[in-house]
Design a protein around this ligand. Structure first.
Ligand SMILES: [Zn+2]
Length: 300
């Protein structure tokens, strides 16, 4: 199978208009679906399931966000800011099938935000507001930073080793709010006995990843209030290694439609409601789906 990014001199050389948050999120989801399609076709071809037609993706310098002529510098014009994790398995532009000049990307372990990260977004809001339509916090399944925060929560005696430097403590401590919210939701919906089950650590990491993305989104939404008029909407989602999709709840049923993203929670109550929805969704997975979606069987 060939995947061909083909220059078409007759293709439109204008970028599609992205007037609002819905069209910005629509473009991100379309790009993520394109990425899933490319990877799925490669996997099926590797297994010899079918030969597959060449996949042709028309491009021009403009649609790639590059200058049309030598020596011309494009104006910076991202339609979305993405706050993701530094994890090497989740390269932001790749999973949205985007190229130059479309995404303003911050990647920090555990998608937590310190002063420099928030300052970078303040810069984007102040100077790139003409094109910027949304800020998306993107967590990912089986996150090493979230796992470290869960381990620090479950084994306080290991905290000294896990968070041995000021920098590491900053990340591990920032994620504690999500871990404690996830633990409370799991106990509420799974019963107190869940804390002594063999899967508890994996479940707590899995739920905390989703809650942690929502926590960062809530914090950013509060940061932006009053900073600029009409600040872009803050959304959040999670990249899942099993489906390769961004999604806001786990599922083992292809026929069930789940939200691909959600708006930032408005309050701590909203956040805990969401933590409960995620906990219930993980607790409803069958054993095979738990293995794929949750259990920490891969190297973090
Ligand atoms: Zn991570």
């Amino acid at each position: 199978m060939d995947i061909i990014y083909r220059y078409d001199p007759f293709a439109p050389i204008e970028m599609p208009k992205i007037p609002d948050v819905e069209s910005a999120m629509g473009r991100l989801i379309e790009g993520n679906d394109r990425f899933v399609n490319i990877v799925t076709q490669m996997q099926e071809r590797t297994l010899g399931l079918h030969k597959g037609e060449p996949m042709v993706i028309p491009v021009s310098p403009v649609t790639l966000g590059l200058p049309l002529f030598e020596g011309v510098m494009p104006t910076q014009a991202p339609f979305a800011a993405i706050v993701g994790c530094a994890d090497a398995r989740v390269p932001t532009e790749a999973i949205f099938d985007e190229s130059f000049n479309s995404l303003f990307v911050l990647r920090i372990a555990g998608n937590v935000l310190g002063a420099e990260g928030i300052g970078s977004l303040h810069y984007a809001l102040a100077h790139l507001g003409e094109s910027l339509r949304t800020v998306l916090v993107l967590g990912h399944a089986k996150c090493g930073a979230v796992t470290a925060a869960v381990d620090a929560y479950l084994s306080p005696e290991a905290y000294v080793d896990i968070a041995s430097t000021h920098g590491l403590r900053t990340i591990v401590d920032s994620i504690q709010i999500a871990v404690r919210g996830a633990a409370r939701a799991l106990t509420l919906h799974g019963g107190p006995q869940i804390e002594s089950t063999p899967d508890y650590r994996s479940l707590l990491v899995a739920v905390s990843v989703y809650v942690n993305a929502a926590v960062s989104a809530l914090e950013l939404k509060r940061e932006f209030q009053g900073f600029v008029e009409n600040a872009p909407a803050v959304n959040f989602s999670v990249y899942d290694f099993e489906s390769l999709k961004i999604q806001c709840l786990p599922t083992d049923d292809d026929n069930v439609t789940i939200p691909r993203y959600l708006p930032a929670p408005d309050s701590a109550d909203d956040l805990f409601q969401y933590a409960g929805d995620v906990a219930k969704a993980f607790l409803a997975l069958d054993d095979d789906a738990l293995d794929r979606n949750c259990r920490l069987t891969v190297k973090l």
